[in-house]
Design a protein around this ligand. Sequence first.
Ligand code: ADP
Length: 248
Amino acid sequence: MTQHDRAVVSLTGAYKAYGTGENRVAALAGVDLSFGAGTFTAVMGPSGSGKSTLLQCAAGLDRLDEGRVELAGSDPAKLSETRLAVLRRSRIGFVFQHFNLLPSLTARQNVELPLRLGGLRPDEGAVNRALDDVGLAGRAGHLPGELSGGQQQRVAIARALVTRPDVIFADEPTGALDFGASRGVLALLRRAVSAHGRTVVMVTHDPVAASFADRVVFLADGRVADGLDRPTAEGVAARMTGLETAAC
Ligand code: ADP
């Protein structure tokens, strides 16, 4: 078995609905998906197709109504809140659209945070390497407000990588960035996979962002509607247009 055959995250028969009666909507209507170790997957689909719900449930931030999640060897539904928090802190990295850095902490302190929260004394070498890897060694003492959006997102990536997580969940990581900053952030996520064997699952609307992934999974109405290996931006855009037309 190669490293790529081992699923780090999988969902089986994933079902989750919101609302009641006539207003009931199945955000996930029976999803089977797995994300292999050392792979980069983009999750796309029209607004309301279930992308955020998929990410939240796969990351153990929300629970399914039916079906099963396996996340870094555990079923989040079977863990206590405390154990789930430990799993999230130690095995999972998160990157959000709006960076979610603590504004009163420096770049270095933000990167150290997951280690401190895990009760570890931050390893200065590891923190320096994480900052260096994202090209911010010279900005370690700056507050987020003193950094550009692209630099802030790079701090967030260093923070996500410093614990050497099994999987990084990224929710629209380039949604608030201009084209140049987006490419820098995507190249870092790509490198985390290709050079360091991390696993990345990224929700995005942007076909160019998706083209950095190994595979694109398209959702529609809470189901997996399509998939594309070795995506190009043009190929992704064409599939998206098809899905959006079908949804109208
Ligand atoms: P996407 O991320 O693709 O836009 P979501 O996962 O956010 O899709 O939403 C899928 C469906 O579930 C949508 O119809 C949305 O309105 C509904 N939904 C999501 N979260 C909630 C919620 N907290 N309460 C009610 N409905 C929700």
